[in-house]
Every structure is written in C-alpha cells, then in structure tokens.
Design a protein around this ligand. Structure first.
Ligand code: 9YT
Length: 127
C-alpha cells in the first residue's frame, strides 16, 4: 500500500510551480495506479489556457472561486467548492481564478511528474 502525506512532496521535484499554478503531484505514473492524483493551487487573479489533447482530467474544487470558459463556444462554468468538471472531450478552455483555487486533479493516462503546459496548453505524452 502507498501512504503519502502531501507535506512530503513540498519542495521536491514533484512540486511544480508555474506563473499561474502550483501542482503537488501525489500519485504518479511510477506508482502504477493507471492515473495520477494532484493537489493544484490556481493563483488568484490568473487565467490559464489548457487543452489536454493527450490526457483526460477530472478537477474537483475544494476551495476558492473561479470559472472555466470553453473554447470556442464561450460557455462559462462557475467553479466553487463541491464542483467537479471532467474534461471528457479533451475540452479546450480557459481556467480563471477569482480567488485562490484549490483543486484535486486526476489524470488518465497518469502524468510522469515533469509536465508543464506548452504554448498551446497541452501536456506532452511522456513514456
Ligand atoms: C486544473 C488544471 O489542470 N490545472 C493545471 C495543473 C494541473 N492540474 C496539474 O498539472 O496538476
């Protein structure tokens, strides 16, 4: 069994910080679960363009307020604690944080841990 405390991930190579978010990657591909699990903080006042063409992701909000805008239809989905959105169609979108958002994110296929978005909002598929 794997038992992990998120505090053990802080400051390690599985703790990734970008301009708009920080992701502590708790379960990764190397753990052999078939998915990865992350706690992601989206910084207040930011907008992130995301388009996971190689991955499916479920995002469960546990703190904060924000919105997702899908592209190109411009549909707005308010995000607050208790809301989960699942990018089941590799949905192209903007994620905006009005206040700091905390999200629990699950990826299939699992991330290896090194991924950050490229200029088109995509994570590469790493083997
Ligand atoms: C909600 C979302 O996808 N944010 C970007 C970071 C991602 N969750 C990750 O790499 O953990």
């Amino acid at each position: 069994m794997i038992v992990r405390n998120i505090s053990d991930i802080e400051g390690t190579e599985d703790d990734i910080v970008t301009d708009t978010w920080r992701s502590k990657r708790i379960i990764l591909k190397k753990d052999g679960m078939g998915y990865s699990v992350h706690e992601t903080t989206i910084f207040a006042g930011t907008e992130t363009h995301i388009w996971y063409q190689n991955h499916l992701e479920s995002v469960f909000c546990i703190q904060g307020e924000g919105e997702v805008e899908t592209i190109p239809d411009g549909k707005i989905y308010p995000i607050k604690p208790g809301v989960l959105y699942a990018l089941n169609e590799h949905d192209n979108h903007f994620l905006r944080a009005k206040t700091e958002l905390k999200m629990i994110c699950v990826f299939n296929p699992p991330l290896t841990g090194r991924e950050v978005h490229d200029e088109t909002g995509v994570y590469p598929l790493i083997d």
